[in-house]
Each structure stands twice: as structure tokens, then as C-alpha cells.
Design a protein around this ligand. Sequence first.
Ligand code: NAG
Ligand code: NAG
Ligand code: NAG
Ligand code: NAG
Ligand code: NAG
Ligand code: NAG
Ligand code: NAG
Length: 637
Amino acid sequence: MPHRALRGFLLLQLLLTVAELRVQASRTFEIDYEGNRFLKDGKPFRYISGSIHYSRIPRFYWKDRLLKMKMAGLNAIETYVPWNFHQPLPELYKFSGEQDLEYFLQLAHEIGLLVILRPGPYICAEWDMGGLPAWLLEKKSIVLRSSDSDYLAAVEKWLGVLLPKIWPYLYQNGGPIITVQVENEYGSYFSCDYNYLRFLLNLFRQHLGKDVILFTTDGAVKDFLKCGALQGLYATVDFGVGTNITEAFMSQRMAEPKGPLVNSEFYTGWLDHWGEAHQTVHTEDLVSSLVDILSCGANVNMYMFIGGTNFGFWNGANMPFSPQPTSYDYDAPLSEAGDLTEKYFSLREAIGKFEKLPEGPIPPSTPKFAYGKVAMKQVNAVSEILDVLCPAGPINSTYPLTFVDVKQYFGFVLYRTTLPKNCSEPVRLFSLDGVHDRAYVSVNGISQGILERNKVFSINITGEAGDILDVLVENLGRINYGSGINDFKGLISNLTLGSVILKNWLIFPLDMEETVQQYLSSNEIFNSDPSNLPLPSFYVGRFSIPAGIPDLPQDTYIQFPNWTKGQVWINGFNLGRYWPARGPQVTLYVPRHILVTSVPNNITVLELENSPCSYGGKCFVEMVDKPVLDGPLPKTS
Ligand SMILES: *[C@@H]1O[C@H](CO)[C@@H](O)[C@H](O)[C@H]1NC(C)=O
Ligand SMILES: *[C@@H]1O[C@H](CO)[C@@H](O)[C@H](O)[C@H]1NC(C)=O
Ligand SMILES: *[C@@H]1O[C@H](CO)[C@@H](O)[C@H](O)[C@H]1NC(C)=O
Ligand SMILES: *[C@@H]1O[C@H](CO)[C@@H](O)[C@H](O)[C@H]1NC(C)=O
Ligand SMILES: *[C@@H]1O[C@H](CO)[C@@H](O)[C@H](O)[C@H]1NC(C)=O
Ligand SMILES: *[C@@H]1O[C@H](CO)[C@@H](O)[C@H](O)[C@H]1NC(C)=O
Ligand SMILES: *[C@@H]1O[C@H](CO)[C@@H](O)[C@H](O)[C@H]1NC(C)=O
């Protein structure tokens, strides 16, 4: 480069740097303690935010959902970062495709939404193990969410990967992130370990610098704030409709005598559990509570603004053991499928009384299409294709091993042994509640019954000495809240037959995703006689998108009339669990981006208990254009 040009270049560089610094200097986000408010670029600012978890919305729809949130009058969104979604194995990190957090932040920024980021490391969220990776349990005695040295080492490594990616997206650095939450409702956890919170505070500061506001969130009760709050982290509270707002904010004031009032989780609806009534929150109550909160000048984040879906195996569970269903609709203002609801428009109107609503059209609800019935065919029993489901072969162990022991974290593991004695008269098989979480038991392929955590601890078995006893154990989702988050799966205690401890197990970790891929290339490769297959079994079916109708494919919902319980994939995409026999969820959301028009779409179903096909019933699943999330519950519950 000629000398003069070089000098010009250096001058330009210098000017750019100065300009950059000036931009950064003008971008500030701070707490004004005296004014009891936030200051954005030096001016008073209040956020009206909504929760959206990118891990529960297909990337395909991120932009649509964010635009709808913007058009509701929100100026910010809030999202969790689920650690186990990004670091599924100790040495494997995922940050692309559905895991592309940076793209999600970029979209929010382009749409003009600020971001409240909640990177955990623990998040609760009705998400498997509260977002903590199950491989942490490889140290059996680990004390999660504490100063346990192995836990801290894993956290330090993870945040050392995550937080540097976050740094450029901080408001001060030109991005959308205004505040970052540390941990989550830590005050409701038993360990009350200030050293752990201090460790996190230092780690967050080390990676994110001194300017960003770090905060905590706890239930609006004095006792929770005692262990949840820490000097250096701004304390906020969460509460829903029906709470006395004055009292709730008084509890925040005990931890923060000055500064902005913040409700970090104002509940627009509530979560469901299998077998319990569908939860809702009335729109009028919600709106009047929101108006009261905003009238106090408080900041608010509505949890959830859109709930989305627990695709695959991602749902969590509560204690006493009670897993959450596939839908995380939450009765939120945007439905699971992103549809505009009456609640959405009422909230928007209420927000409009406090803030200027953005101009322009609201993106419409996406159309749904009823593709109708799809005939299903039973193709293989799980027990006959173990070589496909478990190509590495079984693990031989005297006593049962857990999922973590065999490095299988989700789905299913089959435990096989032989009957040590004749059971020509029924003999009791006892689990001592060591089945986590549900076991489908058969002898020589003949179903004997189901053991279920917290519900069914023993069943009768018949068979002869030497017969094959199969115990297929399903992980229904790990506990995400409270003292039970060390949730080991599989057979976590011995099974006994009468008084005899069963021994010499062959343990098959089952790779469902690979098997489903094989069905996609050909659905009859396994050549079984489908006339008399035992369950659990795989079923396949195909449907084509009708020609001549504009704008197909569209979203749809799949339902399972007279089926019982299982897992469903469409074109290899794991949609989640269905369990109409338990309810209340009846339909599963099928986003259109997984459907194709060029070739037939393939449905793969793993039915665990009973399908209409096996008793001469009509053997089909059905695609409809309306969701049913409040279906019937079993009469006994
Ligand atoms: C809320 O609590 C405050 C303080 O305890 C009390 O004065 C007020 O009457 C309560 N409001 C309602 C609606 O119960
Ligand atoms: C399992 O291991 C034991 C002890 O090594 C052995 O006796 C038995 O044959 C093995 N079983 C199978 C099915 O490999
Ligand atoms: C089990 O019963 C069968 C016949 O039902 C008999 O032949 C066999 O000897 C019995 N085995 C044991 C171990 O008792
Ligand atoms: C189990 O078998 C025993 C006889 O061995 C019988 O008394 C009992 O009723 C059976 N229980 C069930 C639930 O079938
Ligand atoms: C099963 O019983 C054996 C013998 O009592 C014991 O050593 C082992 O720890 C038990 N296994 C489990 C998973 O409880
Ligand atoms: C569905 O399966 C058929 C038969 O194996 C295959 O030809 C087709 O490509 C599959 N469709 C998709 C979308 O994978
Ligand atoms: C489901 O089963 C019931 C009772 O067996 C039957 O009457 C009904 O027609 C079945 N429904 C479907 C959709 O097959």
C-alpha cells in the first residue's frame, strides 16, 4: 500500500474506532435507583415483555412469532437458554439450525425487540431436568445447583462457551440484550448456597463485563428472596393473577429498597400435566392485573407470551412425579401454533393505554389443513428388531444399570432377563418404585402389564423357567423443579420376582431416531409377519399433500383415535409423545415446514400399549385443523 494511502487508511480506522466508541457510549442501559426505574440511553425506560422459548418454536417460525409479539405492543422479549439443548454430550456443542441462538437474537434485534436473557445454568421452564444436562449425573453423588466442584467445573466450561457468544449482543455492544438473569428462582431450592451464586456472579462478570445489568428472579415471598438474592445481582420477583400486587412488590422492596419494580414472570396461563385438567387463566382477570402492574410503573414480563411445543423428549416433570405433556400451549396469548387469540387482542388493547402501539398489519394466524385419515400398518415389534434399535448390542450386567450408566439420556432402554423359576401360577413382580418412569413388561412377547413410577409398583407374571422377560422402560421426562432434579432413569432398583432378586440382565439402549430413519428409506425392510405382532410395536403410514389446492402444505394437528400411548415422527421429525388415554392433550401440533409436497410424507408411530389395529379396529391416525388440549381424563383420576 503506498505511503499516503496507508496514512489515509489509518486515519479512517481511527475515525471508525472513535465513531464506534461514540455509538457504544450512547447505548447504555442502567438502573436509576433514585428514580426507581431503568434508564435506556439516559432516558427513563420501562419494559413490557413476553416470554418465548426458541427451543419450543421451530426456527422456521421464529420471525413470525417475534413479529406478532412486536405488534402486540411489547418492547422486549424474554428467553431461557436450555443448557442440555446446546450441550447434549460433554464434548458436543450445538449452535446451528434449531439451536442457532445467535440468529434468534439477531432476528429480535432486527424486529426492534429488546431481549431479557436467562441463561441459567438452571432454568426450570418445565424442560427436561430444568435445562441441566443428564450427563452431570454420571457423578452419582453430585449436588446440582451448589458449590459441588464437579458441578461448578461443568458450569464454568459451559458458560465459557455460551457467554462469549452473548457478549456482542449486549445492548452496550450494539445488540438487543438489556438484562441477564443469573440462575432461576434459586431461593426455592434447598441448598441456599451463596458461594454458588457468587461463583456465577463472578463468571458472568468475567465474560460479560461490568456494565450489563445482572438480576435474579424469585417467588414474591420474603423467604424465597432470602436465599435467592445476592449483593451485586438486582433482585426481581414473579407472581400471577390473583396475587396482591402491593404485597408482592413489597417483598421485592425488602431485597431492593430502591430501583425499578419488576415482575419477571407474570403468568398468562399455566402448565399442564398428563392426567390432570387443562389449565387456563381468564382473560379479564389477566388484563386487569396487567393494568394494575403497569399502573404501578412496574416492568413486566408475561410468562408465556407464546408457549410452543415440547417436541421430541424435551418435557419435564414435577414432584410427586407428574410429567408434562407435549404441548406447552400454556393458554398463552399466542397459541401453541402461533395463532392470535382473544387474549392477545385484549392484552394489546391494555398495553395501548400505556404505550404507543406499533403501526402496520399484525401477521395473521397461519392456516391449518385437515389432511384427514391416514391408514397405518403395524410393521415390527420392538422386541424383534433389537439389532436395528441397538446395533452395538446389549450390555451384560448382573444388576440393572440406569440410563446414565449406559449413556442413553432420553427415550427407551430395554432390560431383558429370563425367569429363574416356573410361574405357572401368577407370581408378583415387585419394583419398589424403582421404575423410572414406566415399564412395559412381557414374557416371551406376551404382555404382562405396566409398572409406573409413583403409581403401580407390582404386577403378576406367568411363564416358565427360562422364558424371556422383557422390561421396556420409558423415560417420561426428568423432574425440573425442587429437590428431585437428580432424576435417574431406567431401573434404579432391583426387580424381584416373589422374593427372588432378578439377575443377569441384558440391557439394550434403544436408538429410536436411527430406526425411524430406516423406515423412511423402506418401511418393510424387517420382513416380519405383521398378523400377530406383540406390542410395543412400530406402525407406518403415508400421506400425500393434495394437488390443486393453493398454499399447501399448511400446519395441521395429528390425533390418535383409540390409540393409547406412544411416540410419533413425521418424516423423521420427532413430534413428541401422544397419550390420549391419559389426557388432557389429544392432538399434537404439526408445523408445516416438516411436510413435503414432492413425495409422500411418512408417519412413524411407536405404540406402547394398545392400538385399534391390534383388535380389528379401524387402523388409522387423523389430521385435523383444530387443536384439542382439554380432552377427557381417565375416570379414576
Ligand atoms: C393488598 O395488600 C395491601 C397491604 O397489605 C392492603 O392494604 C390492600 O388492601 C390489599 N389489596 C387487596 C385488593 O386485597
Ligand atoms: C453375561 O456375562 C456372564 C458373566 O461374564 C456370562 O456368564 C453370561 O454368559 C453373559 N451373558 C450373555 C448373554 O452374554
Ligand atoms: C417347569 O414346569 C415345566 C412344565 O410346566 C416342567 O417340565 C419343568 O420341569 C418345570 N421346571 C422347574 C424348574 O420347576
Ligand atoms: C396376582 O396373583 C395372585 C395369586 O398369585 C392373586 O391372588 C392376585 O389377585 C393377582 N393380582 C392381580 C392384580 O391380578
Ligand atoms: C441389587 O441388589 C444387589 C444385591 O443385594 C445390590 O448389590 C445392588 O446394589 C442392587 N442394585 C440396585 C440397582 O439396587
Ligand atoms: C417416505 O417413504 C417413502 C418410501 O420409503 C420414500 O420414497 C419417501 O421419499 C419418503 N418421504 C420422505 C419425505 O422422506
Ligand atoms: C373407538 O372404539 C370405540 C369402542 O370400541 C368404537 O365405538 C369407535 O368407533 C372407535 N373409534 C374409532 C375412530 O375407530
